[in-house]
Design a protein around this ligand. Structure first.
Ligand code: GUN
Length: 297
């Protein structure tokens, strides 16, 4: 966090870390409620290979699970694992009634077909919300498991704008399967007017200037500045970019934060904005998966 932020706490800066902590406390309580009913929520995390970023993500997921009282199982495989062996592992986890959520950390090594793996996960245990049954369910506005990052972004928006987002114009920059597309579907479910812009869109800046809500998930440092924004817009920055500056690496988002800040009514910083929400919502999704597997409890 920069010194400026420490000296001048600004109500417009959305504190994702604090909101994620609140979400984790909510989860903790629900985990205890399930325990009282004899159910111990359990999340299985599968990691293939040695990707350093994936290793950090998996470690954080396991730590947060322990914090909220969710049992976690970690399965690590060598990078040369064949697809068949991974599919067999998923079949075993699907069949295991004591496992409620399954997460396969992406990216997978190139010899493994990602789609085949994600489609093999039981949709009721698909805590990432990547299975086509869940993607389709979300697009129909059904209550299915939805991807953690965009679901966390909706919570940040509701904490900033109130629970009713109805009628607001939201512009989503980026159309990835993990963030952009599910974000658009979730905003539509909240009755927003949704525009998705991407690398082939003409006049992105002019489109964004119409937006009450801007969600940016493209992976380009400082792509969005004040010139993209209408006064008092709410900006959610999903980007996590490592840049090299003054002999040091530092994390920045897709938004030029200092430039945008005076223009907005609320904005997420990087780090400390969206990032902590992703894991918090993975924990929420694990409980949602428990509920799907015990509909009468
Ligand atoms: N790798 C980067 N983001 C994600 C995510 O949201 N889920 C999984 N499984 N892998 C990822």
């Amino acid at each position: 966090m920069s010194l400026t932020l420490l000296q001048h706490p600004d109500a417009r800066i959305i504190d994702g870390k604090a909101i994620a902590q609140t979400v984790l406390e909510e989860v903790k309580k629900e985990v205890d409620d399930f325990k009282a009913k004899g159910i111990e929520a359990c999340l299985a995390v599968v990691l293939v290979g040695e990707d350093p970023a994936s290793q950090v993500y998996v470690r954080n997921k396991v730590q947060k699970a322990a914090f909220v009282g969710i049992r976690s199982l970690e399965f690590r495989f060598e990078a040369d694992l064949d697809e068949h062996a991974l599919l067999e592992k998923i079949d075993a986890l699907n069949a295991d009634d004591s496992v409620h959520g399954i997460l396969v950390q992406l990216p997978l090594p190139t010899q493994i077909n990602e789609t085949r793996v994600l489609e093999r996960i039981d949709p009721k245990k698909d805590v990432d919300g990547f299975h086509s049954e869940n993607v389709g369910g979300l697009s129909q506005g059904r209550d299915v498991l939805t991807p953690c990052t965009p679901t966390g972004c909706i919570r940040l928006l509701k904490d900033s704008l109130g629970s009713d987002l109805s009628g607001l114009h939201a512009v989503v920059i980026g159309r990835s399967n993990i963030v952009g597309k599910p974000m658009a579907a979730l905003l539509l479910k909240e009755n927003c007017t949704v525009t998705v812009v991407h690398s082939k869109t003409r006049n992105i800046g002019q489109v964004c200037q119409q937006a009450d809500i801007v969600v940016v998930a493209v992976g380009k440092p400082n792509m969005v500045d004040a010139s993209y924004l209408k006064a008092d817009a709410v900006v959610i920055d999903v980007g996590i970019n490592r840049i090299f500056e003054n002999g040091k690496t530092r994390l920045v988002g897709d938004v030029d934060f200092e430039d945008a800040l005076p223009m907005v009514s609320a904005i997420t910083p990087v780090p400390g904005g969206v990032g902590p929400m992703t894991i918090a919502y993975l924990m929420k999704n694990t409980l949602q998966a428990v509920r799907l597997q015990y509909p009468n409890i």
